[in-house]
Design a protein around this ligand. Structure first.
Ligand code: FES
Length: 610
């Protein structure tokens, strides 16, 4: 079922957008880079987001009568953050009183800076016998465009802070919470950290919320690695040992805490000035980091504990920043289409773009999303271990010494090695390249078999000696170390088979999504390859092995760490988080394992395209 889309046109800008019924006008504008005045960030308290509905009907909200006269309401004036679109609309946006800053983030996205962390410098009148307002009311009265709630912890120190600072303070509001009241004017300093909690690598980006700019980035291997390289082995660890879940939780906390220290040190930021964090990761990583039993994720019917976690704090992740800093966590669509993919969809703007785009996060579990602002479908394709170094005979992680690219021109084979070092093995992108080049030059046939020695000798006299045997298995030597092929870096027949299974699984996934949408490969305007494997693939090789549809190469884009970009976008704009929630509602999940057509399509996809 396709969700009903509405057409919203903003004047005088002229931009037209398509959004689902029920979307707030403020959000529709914000997601498309059209700024509307606001100081509350869309919480309905500042009454600055005034727009006029020129065509179409928008009901009067409960807040509108406090912002407009009856005549203005009759004339179509509404608060954009309270105006929900229920029909096609033409909206007039008045000139801005203050121009909000914007930052480029994600895949070429223009993100309007609307952090949920706000600071206000207040010089308050001191209490007198005539003015006996409470300490809290005195602060709240001075920020009446916001209506935050305090915590008990804040009240414990509020009186002392006001008096020790001579009632010259800065209120820190995060979302709907009065997080802190600090002595003096600290408005210039407010920071956040966006975490991408990956199974293999964890990345932290410290952002300045005044400028929207990243100040420091740090990454390290997830300390859960000793429990297994992928999510399934880590879940198994919790099933075998009752103490493992707590250990895995602690390892995640240590990883995030160490990165926090690094980015704060590098940028000269006191961790207490980090008032919020955002975290994205796959469902297993999030559940392990929060100590939630992951066992149901590993067996049919693959159920998540919740699509949307209850409000969490940075301290729940073991992150020591401001003690009450909230943690924004991305929602997940399904057990294997998690918050990292929601973050990726947010960063690419897939659900808001009119063009049909295909997003593939290539990995052991590959996630695929296809669609446009009309409709988006997603699925998870179990690609098997081909991209994991451990399952490839000479597989290594993408680090110094890994062959990351392979080229065959005539009888010449050239390798690109990370760190310009002596090759020690082959990583995921090198594997795809090697197979693509061998198919291209004919040493591998289209069924994925190495051609017979005599045929190879005739066709490629300069390369045929690399085609040899180790035991009973045929291999192609990429880099000789001595004369023994077993000591060298090679590609085996079994490695090729592993890759065939992986790419067939992914290709079957996008073929099924195309079928569901009634589209052809030629309708796809852009393919985005993401994730730690996808980002390093050569588009030409991805096409040659049939991992992606056969399209003109400029249409195939390696998009980098889009999940991390999504986490940054959510850190910079509270409104973009509403978009993440909308993605959860709008993206339709397609379960591949239940499909009658899966096997036939899969077998068709095993061979390499001609
Ligand atoms: S009232 Fe503040 S943005 Fe609408």
């Amino acid at each position: 079922m396709s969700a009903h889309r509405l057409r919203l046109r903003f004047v005088p800008d002229g931009t037209e957008v398509r959004v689902p019924s029920g979307t707030a006008v403020f959000d529709a504008a914000s997601w498309n880079g059209i700024a509307i005045d606001s100081t509350c960030g869309g919480y309905g308290t500042c009454k600055k987001c005034k727009v006029r509905v020129l065509s179409g009907e928008v009901a009067v909200s409960d807040v509108d009568p406090r912002a407009f006269s009856a005549a203005e309401l009759a004339d179509g004036w509404r608060l954009a953050c309270r105006a929900t679109a229920g029909a096609d609309l033409v909206i007039e946006v008045p000139p801005l009183q203050t121009r909000p800053k914007a930052a480029l983030a994600g895949v070429g996205r223009h993100v309007i800076l609307r952090p949920s962390v706000q600071k206000r410098h207040l010089v308050l009148p001191e209490p007198t016998l005539e003015d006996q307002r409470s300490d809290l009311q005195r602060v709240l009265d001075a920020i009446d465009d916001l209506e935050p709630e305090p915590s008990l912890e804040l009240l414990r120190t509020l009186g002392a802070t006001l008096r020790s600072s001579g009632f010259d303070v800065t209120a820190v509001v995060v979302g709907e919470e009065l997080l802190d009241v600090e002595p003096g004017d600290t408005t210039a300093r407010r920071f956040t950290i966006a975490f991408d909690l990956g199974t293999t690598t964890v990345v932290a980006t410290l952002l300045d919320l005044d400028s929207g700019q990243p100040l420091a980035v740090s990454s390290m291997l997830n300390r859960q690695q000793p429990f297994g390289a992928d999510v399934i082995t880590r879940i198994s660890a919790t099933m075998l040992d009752p103490g493992a879940l707590e250990l895995l939780r602690l390892r995640a906390s240590e990883t995030l805490a160490e990165l926090t220290g690094e980015v704060c040190d590098e940028a000269g930021v006191d961790p207490a000035e980090v008032y919020e964090v955002t975290v994205c990761g796959n469902v297993t990583m999030m559940q392990l980091a929060l100590g939630i039993d992951p066992e149901p994720l590993s067996m049919a019917p693959f159920v998540v504990s919740t699509h949307r976690l209850p409000p969490a704090r940075a301290s729940d992740f073991g992150v020591e920043v401001h003690p009450r800093a909230p943690a924004f966590v991305f929602p997940s669509i399904g057990a294997y289409v998690g918050g990292d993919i929601v973050a990726g969809i947010l960063a690419t703007g897939l659900t808001r773009d009119r063009r049909v785009r295909l997003f593939i996060d290539v990995g052991t579990n590959s996630e695929i999303a296809l669609g446009s602002s009309e409709r988006v479908l997603a699925c998870a394709a179990p690609a098997g271990p081909a991209f994991e170094a451990a399952q490839i005979r000479c597989g290594v992680r993408a680090a110094d010494g890994a062959i990351e690219a392979v080229r065959i021109a005539g009888e010449e084979l050239s390798l690109q090695v990370i760190g310009d070092a002596e090759p020690i093995g082959i990583c995921g992108s090198g594997l795809v390249d090697a197979v693509a080049e061998l198919v291209g030059c004919g040493l591998l046939d289209h069924s994925g078999r190495f051609i017979p020695d005599d045929v190879a000798a005739a066709a490629h006299p300069g390369l045929c000696e690399r085609l040899t045997m180790i035991g009973k298995e045929r291999v192609f030597v990429l880099h000789w170390r001595g004369e023994d092929p077993a000591e060298s870096v090679f590609l085996s027949q079994r490695d090729v088979r592993e890759l065939q299974f992986a790419k067939a699984s992914i290709a079957t996934g996008w073929q099924i999504l195309l079928r569901e949408l009634g589209l052809e490969p030629g309708d796809i305007a852009q393919v985005l390859l993401a994730g730690s494997f996808g980002s390093f693939l050569t588009p030409a090789s991805a096409v040659r092995i049939g991992l992606v549809p056969k399209l003109a190469l400029p249409r195939i884009v390696t998009a980098g760490n889009v999940a991390g970009e999504g986490a940054k976008i959510a850190a910079l704009s509270a409104r973009e988080r509403a978009e993440a929630a909308a993605i959860l509602r709008e993206v339709e999940y397609v379960e591949l394992s239940g499909r009658a057509d899966f096997n036939d399509l899969f077998i068709d996809q095993l061979s390499f395209p001609g």
